[in-house]
Ligand binder design. Structure first.
Ligand SMILES: Cc1ncc(COP(=O)(O)O)c(C=O)c1O
Length: 363
C-alpha cells in the first residue's frame, strides 16, 4: 500500500472552534438552535446587501481567477497596489500556500505559543522544524503579558526562516502594537519572513496594522470571514511586497476564490461604517458580559478584542454542561489550557442566555 510522505504521517488532526456538525447530530440538535460563542466572528453580520449581491452571481460561470475587482478595492483601502495583494479561500488557505511557497523541509519556524493551531500544521505539512516560543510563569513573567515576554524573543530568531505571529492573538485576544513588532523583530531580522495574522485586527477599538509600514519581510494575512460574518463563504487576503505575493500566486490553485465569496467581498468592503459601528457596539456588549460573568464568580482575562479567556477549572466539562443548554463555548484544552474556555461576545440577547445558562450550571 502506498504511504504518504513521512512529514504528513506525523500531522495530527487540529481542533477548532465553531460547530462540529457530527457532535450536533449525535446530540439531536439542529445548528439553528445552538448559540455559538466558540467562533470569533462578528455576531451582527453579515451586513446589509450581501445576500442580494451573492444572489446575482451567475452560477454557471467561472469566477475571476485573479480577483481583480476585489483586489482593487482592498488595495485602495490599504493604500497599496493590487500587486501587493492575493486573495484566498479564507485566511486558512493562504497560510497553507505561504508555508508551501516559502518553507523547505528542515527549515526553522518559530511560533509564539499559545496560538492558532493552523500555523504549526501548515509548517509541518511543508516539513519545517517548528519551535514554539512558549512562556511559563517560571520565566518570571505572567503568562498573558506578550510585550514583556516577547522582548527577549528576538534573540532566538537568528537563522529562522519564518515566524508566524497572530496579532491580536487567538485564543487570548492580547495585542502587540505593530510598530513595536516591526522595530523589535522585523527590522532586526531582515532574513526572516514574518507572517503576521491580523484576522482579528478589525476587532480592536482602534484598529492598526503592520501593513501601514510594510517592511520587505512582512506578509500580513487578514480575514473578511470574521469581520463581516462570512464563515459560510470564507474569504481572506494577504498583503506583502509584490515579489512575495507573486511567489504565493504561483502555488495558488486556479479559481481558488469562488464567485459568491468574491461578490460578498465586494459588497462588504463598502461597509466600513457598519464594521466600525458594530465593533464599538461589541465592545460595549463585552463589558456587560464580563460584568455578568464576574457577578457569577468568574474572572475573564483582559483582552483587546471581543473574545476572551475565562478560567473555569475544567473547560471540557464546562463546555459539555453548557451544550446541554444549547450554548457552545470553546474548550481550550487543545491550546494546552484545559482550565480555560474562550468566549466570543455576541449580541446582548445571546449574552443574556449565556449568563442564564452559566448561572444554572454553577448553581
Ligand atoms: C487567528 C486566525 N486566523 C485565521 C483563521 C481562519 O480564518 P478564515 O475563515 O479566513 O480562513 C482563524 C479562524 O479561526 C483564526 O482564528
Amino acid at each position: 500500500m502506498i504511504q504518504p510522505k513521512p512529514e504528513i504521517t506525523n500531522i495530527t488532526p487540529t481542533y477548532h472552534g465553531a460547530f462540529d456538525y457530527d457532535e450536533l447530530r449525535q446530540l439531536g440538535y439542529s445548528p439553528d438552535e445552538v448559540i455559538d460563542f466558540s467562533v470569533n466572528s462578528n455576531p451582527y453580520g453579515p451586513p446589509p446587501g450581501v445576500r442580494e449581491a451573492i444572489a446575482r452571481v451567475p452560477l454557471d460561470r467561472y469566477p475571476d481567477r485573479e480577483c481583480i475587482a476585489l483586489r482593487e478595492k482592498l488595495a485602495a483601502q490599504h493604500h497599496v497596489e493590487i500587486e501587493n495583494i492575493v486573495v484566498g479561500n479564507g485566511t486558512a488557505e493562504l497560510l497553507l500556500l505561504i508555508a508551501l511557497t516559502f518553507l523547505h523541509p528542515g527549515d526553522h519556524v518559530i511560533i509564539p505559543d499559545v496560538t492558532f493551531s493552523e500555523y504549526e500544521r501548515v509548517a509541518s505539512i511543508a516539513g519545517a522544524a517548528v519551535q514554539s516560543l512558549t512562556w511559563t510563569p517560571e520565566n518570571g513573567h505572567s503568562f498573558f503579558d506578550p510585550q514583556v515576554q516577547m522582548r527577549d524573543a528576538a534573540a532566538r530568531f537568528a537563522g529562522v526562516r519564518l515566524v508566524f505571529l497572530c496579532n491580536p492573538n487567538n485564543p487570548d485576544g492580547t495585542h502587540l502594537p505593530a510598530s513595536w513588532i516591526i522595530e523589535h523583530w522585523l527590522a532586526k531580522h531582515p532574513e526572516t519572513l514574518f507572517v503576521i495574522d491580523e484576522a482579528y485586527a478589525n476587532f480592536l477599538l482602534e484598529p492598526e496594522s503592520a501593513i501601514e509600514q510594510m517592511p520587505p519581510n512582512l506578509l500580513a494575512v487578514r480575514s473578511l470571514t470574521k469581520d463581516y460574518a462570512l464563515a459560510g463563504l470564507r474569504l481572506g487576503y494577504a498583503v506583502a511586497h509584490p515579489e512575495i505575493i507573486e511567489a504565493v500566486c504561483r502555488v495558488r490553485p486556479a479559481w481558488n476564490v469562488n464567485g459568491l465569496a468574491q461578490a460578498a467581498g465586494l459588497a462588504v468592503l463598502d461597509q466600513d461604517c457598519w464594521l466600525r459601528e458594530t465593533v464599538h457596539q461589541l465592545h460595549d456588549d463585552k463589558r456587560q458580559l464580563v460584568t455578568g460573568l464576574r457577578s457569577l464568580g468568574l474572572e475573564p482575562l483582559p483582552s483587546s478584542v471581543h473574545y476572551f479567556l475565562v478560567n473555569v477549572g475544567d473547560g471540557a466539562a464546562f463546555r459539555t454542561k453548557l451544550l446541554k443548554h444549547k450554548i457552545m463555548v470553546r474548550d481550550c484544552a487543545s491550546f494546552g489550557l484545559p482550565e480555560y474556555v474562550r468566549i466570543a461576545t455576541r449580541t446582548p440577547e445571546d449574552n443574556a442566555k449565556l449568563l442564564a445558562a452559566v448561572e444554572m450550571i454553577r448553581a
